[in-house]
Write a protein that binds this ligand. Structure first.
Ligand code: SF4
Length: 457
């Protein structure tokens, strides 16, 4: 086994709860994980053996939501055992996480190894006492952090610094403040650290920041905003840029989930819908190869895929070769919903009782939906070649979609499938829902076939 075959891997070993647990942006520090030390040992050894059999481990990072050196989380014997295992399996470097108050002579003795390089990663976030106390609520000062770094150096340990950007609404509102604090932080940390990770903040469930996000007072930085902010350090060999390790998608804890039933303003621009719409525009990437959109109506039954309409549609079109190029996207009161997300909350837990709509509500629905469609199409226009829309011709949604394409000057890219003539025939039969009628479905199939069968994606 040569050194360059070895890989960097990470394992999440959580136990107990972070001793502090109050950082403004952090949800991990608030949860308690009940697991025995024996179970952790079993998992850890299994993980190590698996990776050693695949060529060995160069650098092993242990993420622990709190402090690996806090005895309440990880007993001393366990810490020693981890180091012994790292030595036994030829790991080059072990990276553990801790808050600075747990960096003591006694704890560092436990971690010492003649064979494995040990690095301690600590979240400093931003190097400003006032900011740390007032906004990030870190519970320590910069001097506490520097004291810990000094001790780590004395014992020959490596130092890895976590820097967190945009972890409070004030930073989102005041980009100049963010810039100034980041510059100050980088100046200090480049002098004291072996490596620095600049992390983009995301809305952790259970954090204060999550509440700000839902209230619309804060948003995560998108790729462009993040890389613009950190541009100055992007080529620095000491600096790692962590835009998306959180695998961000909007998440809602069970305690915050409600069934969203109703019509009107509050049910059109509900905050839960708004954060999803923002996600679909600024973070979401449409699936590769699906370059044609088929906009579809919602259905009473959730998820829509279980409804009569969606089942009829899927039955008829899913067997054709063009199907793999089609991206199904629902358009409804929660907004624009790509197929991959129709089973997610709240798209699987809402109801819009149409019979309660007034003219005013319809007007607002059309306006909001038009804007949402416009933003989605605009954000992903490089990805899609053409758009199909399959709705009742008298529905508010098709009106909104048509208006969106007109305003974007892209009407030539939109094919409206269901025409008045076909629809009127169905209405005469009093068949509901009209979009599940064989005539309508036949029209959908023939339109897609004629437009797509010779198309290349
Ligand atoms: S950021 Fe770290 S120290 Fe702060 S609450 Fe979360 S786990 Fe604890």
């Amino acid at each position: 086994m040569t050194a360059n075959q070895k890989r960097t891997v990470h394992i999440i070993l959580e136990r107990g709860k972070c001793a502090w647990g109050q950082c403004y942006f952090c949800g991990w520090g608030k949860k308690r994980v009940e697991v025995s030390v024996d179970e952790l040992k079993r998992r850890f050894e299994g993980f190590i053996k698996k990776h050693v059999s695949r060529g060995g481990i160069g650098r092993l990072k242990i993420f622990s939501s709190g402090s690996f050196l806090d005895e309440e989380q990880f007993p001393k014997d366990f810490v020693k055992w981890i180091v012994e295992i790292a030595e036994r399996y030829g790991i080059d470097e072990l990276v553990i996480e801790s808050r600075p108050e747990f960096i003591s002579k006694e704890k560092l003795e436990l971690l010492r190894s003649g064979k494995v390089k040990i690095t301690v990663a600590m979240g400093l976030e931003l190097a400003d006492d006032e900011f740390l106390a007032k906004y990030y609520k870190k519970g320590f000062k910069v001097e506490d952090y520097l004291r810990a770094v000094k001790l780590l150096r004395k014992y020959g340990f490596g130092v890895r610094v976590y820097v967190l950007v945009n972890g409070h609404p004030i930073l989102y509102r005041e980009p100049e403040l963010q810039k100034r604090l980041l510059e100050k932080t980088m100046k200090l940390t480049l002098e004291i650290a072996d490596s620095i990770v600049i992390i983009n903040a995301y809305p952790h469930v259970q954090s204060d920041l999550w509440e700000d996000w839902i209230k619309g007072e804060w948003k995560p930085l998108d790729e462009k905003q993040f890389y613009e902010l950190v541009r100055e350090w992007k080529d620095n060999p000491k600096v790692e840029l962590d835009f998306s390790n959180y695998n961000f998608i909007p998440k809602f804890p069970r305690s915050k989930r409600i069934f969203l039933k109703g019509v009107g303003h509050d049910y059109i621009v509900h905050p839960y819908y708004e954060v999803w719409q923002d996600y679909f525009i600024r973070f979401y990437k449409p699936p590769q190869g699906k370059n044609y959109v088929l906009f579809l109506p919602c259905a009473y039954r959730k998820p829509y895929t279980r409804s009569r309409t969606w089942r009829a549609i899927l039955n008829v079109i899913s067997g054709y070769p063009f199907f793999k190029k089609l991206h199904l996207i629902a358009v409804s009161s929660p907004g624009v919903i790509p197929y991959e997300y129709v089973k997610y909350y709240p798209f699987n837990a809402y109801d819009w009782p149409e019979w309660l709509e007034t003219e005013e509500i319809k007007k607002e629905y059309i306006e909001v939906t038009k804007e949402r469609v416009k933003r989605y199409v605009n954000a992903h226009k490089e990805h899609y070649n053409h758009y199909f829309a399959y709705f009742r011709p008298d529905s508010e949604t098709i009106k909104a979609i048509k208006m969106a394409f007109e305003e974007l000057k892209l009407s030539d890219k939109l094919t409206v499938i269901l025409d008045d003539e076909t629809y009127n025939q169905i209405v005469k039969e009093e068949f509901k829902p009209a979009v599940a009628h064989p005539l309508a479905i036949g029209k959908l199939r023939s339109t897609l076939k004629s437009k797509l069968q010779f198309e290349k994606s």
